[in-house]
Design a protein around this ligand. Structure first.
Ligand code: NAD
Length: 470
């Protein structure tokens, strides 16, 4: 029996391809079809055809998505190493990503919209039903290729839409394999993956046959996508960048939190939209926090994701590595100090030492922008109100966290964060059932849980008298 990966190789499209690099070596190890934007007309046309059947039978959808979840789990031994190879993350994290992808499919398979009746004293009742939108475009980045792909297609398909999905050109292979695996449970045309370089994504976002564009990526690209989708007035859901802060309170037990706080910043090599990207520590304990995090950073095993001992892999691509290097160099030039790391590792691939920065001024780009890599500034504060003002004083509003021993006090401070999700003594722990929505420039629309399902539906209202001619 051929493995899924072997089957994928045999089904590779003819035509032009682009190289896919292994970030642990910087060398090409595979290729993906470089599809032309003009191909989208036929692809979106097939997605529309498929939608006419797919939207009609909710029970068939539930059964198909459950079968797809089982297929994803079974393909884990193929999917996880391929994901690590092109993305860079440790294999254990790729396995978690595959498991989360299957879990999300299962969650949405069993979620159905509720028909509601509004009886407001009039003789006519309003019955609210929910209808799917049509073909949906999903566009995702390279940091969690499978998890984010499923965050797009699981709710869209469960709602009765079809999807054309475009992964990042940095990580097309595991997503192609995932789509291949999921499609074994679906009618043809329900889920189609397209791979290629820009302007493929721009053309997909502006395609007149697309009725919803659900995008995850950076804020600047999100703006462009929103402009492009305006051409056909398609609905837009944007999950964008973050610059999450962790606020440590006076009573925090530094030893207790160091490991968790460190991994909240450095998991997936810091390439998490909701990673902790800046820490605010009371001035009295600032030096202690810096040294505890730096010690943890120095002890971290950095290496290729496929090596069993690796705790942190490489940065995913050369452009992102250059961004991390620039932010770090600027922070040091601004008077900052690297308590650990501060440089690229002297080996092939895109490795950067986990870096804890102290004495960085508040205006430095590593504080004001999204570094999206293994670099963390720790800033001292003397007055909590001023710290909260600094935390909220950016255009970002994805998440934030408060760390301390008095949970009531921490919860009160968490309530003052201007963001979509706040945690106490944790960061970036998400439930499949919760709404996920960034505040300010970090997002438009709501994903996750039932809100994610309704984000892929439109209300259809029938007004009905209680008596025939009332
Ligand atoms: P990006 O915005 O550069 O690219 C995202 C996707 O958009 C890729 O598939 C890319 O090929 C495509 N794209 C590029 N230009 C396009 C265009 N003009 N029109 C349509 N599509 C286009 O982001 P990235 O560098 O791949 O990912 C990192 C960013 O993603 C970070 O800012 C991170 O915070 C964000 N992110 C956000 C979330 C969230 O849920 N809020 C989750 C993960 C990542």
């Amino acid at each position: 029996m051929p493995t899924h990966q072997q089957r994928l190789r045999h089904t590779t499209l003819p035509g032009k391809h682009f190289a896919v690099l292994d970030p642990a070596t910087g060398e090409a190890f595979g290729e993906a079809p470089d599809q032309h934007p003009d191909d989208l007309d036929a692809i979106v046309g097939r997605a529309h055809e498929a939608w006419l059947g797919w939207r009609a039978d909710p029970d068939a959808r539930t059964a198909a998505l459950r079968t797809a979840a089982d297929a994803v789990e079974a393909a884990g031994p193929d999917l996880a190493p391929l994901l690590t190879r092109e993305q860079g993350k440790p294999l254990a994290e790729s396995c978690q990503e595959v498991a989360r992808t299957a879990a999300r499919l299962r969650y949405f398979a069993d979620l159905t919209p509720r028909t509601e009746l509004i009886a407001d004293g009039r003789p006519v009742h309003s019955e609210i039903r929910w209808r799917p939108l049509g073909p949906v475009a999903g566009i995702v980045p390279w940091n969690f290729p499978l998890q984010l792909a499923s965050a797009k297609f699981a709710p869209a398909l469960a709602a009765g839409n079809t999807m054309v999905l475009k992964p990042s050109p940095s990580t097309p292979l595991a997503t192609r394999l995932l789509a291949d695996v999921v499609s074994t449970a679906l009618p043809e045309g329900v889920l189609t993956i397209v791979t290629g370089r820009e302007p493929l994504g721009a053309r997909l976002a502006s395609h007149p046959g697309i009725r919803h564009v659900t995008f995850t990526g950076s804020i600047p690209t999100g703006r462009t996508v929103a402009r492009d989708a305006a051409a056909s007035l398609a609905r837009v859901t944007l999950e964008l960048g973050g610059n999450d802060a962790a606020v440590l309170l006076e009573d925090v037990d530094v030893q207790q939190i160091t490991d968790r706080l460190f991994w909240a910043a450095f998991r997936n090599c810091g390439q998490v939209c909701m990673a902790v990207k800046r820490v605010y520590a009371p001035a009295r304990i600032h030096a202690h926090v810096v040294e505890a995090l730096a010690q943890r950073a120095r002890a971290t095993v950095v290496g290729p994701g496929l090596d069993p001992g690796t705790q942190m892999g490489p940065v995913n691509n050369a452009a992102q590595l250059a961004r991390v290097e620039d932010h770090t160099a600027q922070a040091l030039a601004d008077g900052g100090r690297a308590a650990s790391g501060g440089r690229r590792l002297n080996r092939p691939g895109y490795f950067f030492a986990p870096t804890i920065l102290a004495d960085v001024p508040a205006h430095s780009p590593v504080v004001t922008q999204e570094q999206f890599g293994p670099v963390l500034p720790v800033l001292p504060y003397r007055n909590l109100d001023e710290a909260i003002e600094a935390v909220n004083g950016t255009g970002f509003g994805l998440g934030g966290s408060v760390w301390g021993s008095d949970l009531d006090r921490a919860a009160e401070v968490a309530g003052r964060l201007d963001c979509g999700t706040a945690w106490i003594n944790h960061h970036a722990e998400l439930s499949l059932a919760q709404p996920f929505a960034g505040a300010k420039e970090s997002g438009v629309g709501v994903a996750g849980g039932p809100w994610g399902l309704y984000g892929n539906l439109r209300p259809f209202v029938v007004h009905r008298p209680q008596e025939p001619y009332q």
